[in-house]
Design a protein around this ligand. Structure first.
Ligand code: ADP
Ligand code: TRP
Length: 322
């Protein structure tokens, strides 16, 4: 039995790229009876960026509602908010005291901004120690992350070994796991879909707004009557991630035959998204209208998480002399 743990920052409403690339695969993994999974919303990490209380809370609800709408099962997954198990900040402090300043200076999360030091808060600088505490506090074995997070996992292993070298064994040493097979979803401009690029598809908007976003997908100026190339079309690139084999084959034919415009292709994509995610869109709306149910789900998880956290922290305190 492996304990899998991962955190997601709550920086906005998850988009189609987050859903296909991270959320659906993580839920699949959590349903594997061989795994025990911990999944949390890293709302304390978000504070390094977001200082607006309403926004912070709204993002956390939107993120949680997405996971719940896509079928995360709170019985088989420990699903919680980082800030609800504040023991993590205690462990983070201990870890910081064992980790050299000069190593923290090498973290990408800090280094990327180190040319504008006035924008770097202390939280951003010690971000990797809070992340290490997120992981070590729960005796996690496997940490599924994006490539950009591997350095933080290395720092987690490093700080755990440094603590062990000084006071003896306490922690489970985790391993990072990059999901190579996960798909890369392109945005409305053909580049990687990302909140920061403004090219996202947000499936949780109203039909009208969603349709508008899909109609804004960039396509070339081939005339309606002319045959079109599906292989380079941004709308087709998204369509093929969601459609069945026969729908894909039909769509390729439509492009090649001519007389089928990009407007038609985008309309088909819009309808496909509406059909495919109709249940999830309804459930998302339900949760966003019943925030107390999200709170209850997260509190249920926080109670389970705290049991593990307290046990690990007890081991730590004893070894370091408290
Ligand atoms: P964003 O780039 O929109 O800020 P994040 O960096 O918060 O997204 O990513 C959250 C998760 O979603 C990560 O696991 C990341 O690998 C995944 N993800 C983000 N964008 C995409 C995409 N376009 N295609 C596939 N997966 C993605
Ligand atoms: N830093 C991660 C990110 O930005 C989120 C995160 C916080 C995390 N704590 C974690 C991921 C612990 C895995 C394990 O994506």
């Amino acid at each position: 039995m492996a304990r899998i743990l991962t955190g997601v920052q709550s920086t906005g409403t998850p988009h189609l790229g987050n859903i296909l690339g991270a959320i659906i695969p993580a839920i699949k993994m959590s349903n594997d009876p061989e795994n025990e999974s911990y999944l949390f919303i890293a709302d304390m990490h978000s504070l390094t960026q977001i200082k607006d209380a309403d926004k912070l809370s709204q993002n956390t609800y939107a993120t949680a509602a997405t996971w719940l709408a896509f079928g995360l099962n709170i019985e088989n997954t420990v699903f919680y908010k980082q800030s609800s198990v504040s023991q993590v900040t205690e462990l983070s402090w201990y870890l910081s005291c064992f980790f050299p300043f000069s190593r923290l200076e090498l973290a990408h999360s800090f280094k990327d901004k180190s040319d504008r030091l006035e924008d770097v808060n202390g939280g951003l600088f010690t971000y990797p120690m809070l992340m290490a505490a997120d992981i070590l506090l729960y005796d996690a074995n496997i940490i599924p992350v994006g490539k950009d997070q591997l350095q933080h996992i290395e720092m987690t292993r490093d700080v755990a070994s440094r603590v062990h070298a000084k006071v003896g064994e306490i922690f489970v040493i985790p391993e990072g796991k990059v999901q190579k097979e996960n798909m890369l979803v392109s945005g409305t401009d053909g580049q990687k879909m990302s909140k920061s690029k403004g090219n996202v598809i947000d499936i949780f908007q109203t039909d009208k707004a969603l349709r508008k976003q899909i109609m804004s997908i960039q396509t070339d100026s081939t005339a309606l009557e002319a045959p079109k190339k599906w292989s380079t079309c941004n709308s087709f690139a998204i369509y093929k991630l969601l459609a069945s084999d026969s729908e894909i084959a039909q769509m390729k034919q439509n492009y090649e035959a001519g007389g089928y415009g990009y407007g038609h292709a985008k309309q088909a994509l819009f309808e496909l998204i509406c059909n495919k995610f109709s249940e999830q869109r309804k459930r998302y709306a339900y949760y966003m209208n019943n925030l107390e149910e999200i709170d209850q789900a997260l509190e249920f998880g926080a109670k389970k998480a705290a049991l593990t956290a307290n046990a690990v922290l007890k081991r730590v305190r004893k070894k370091i002399g408290y």
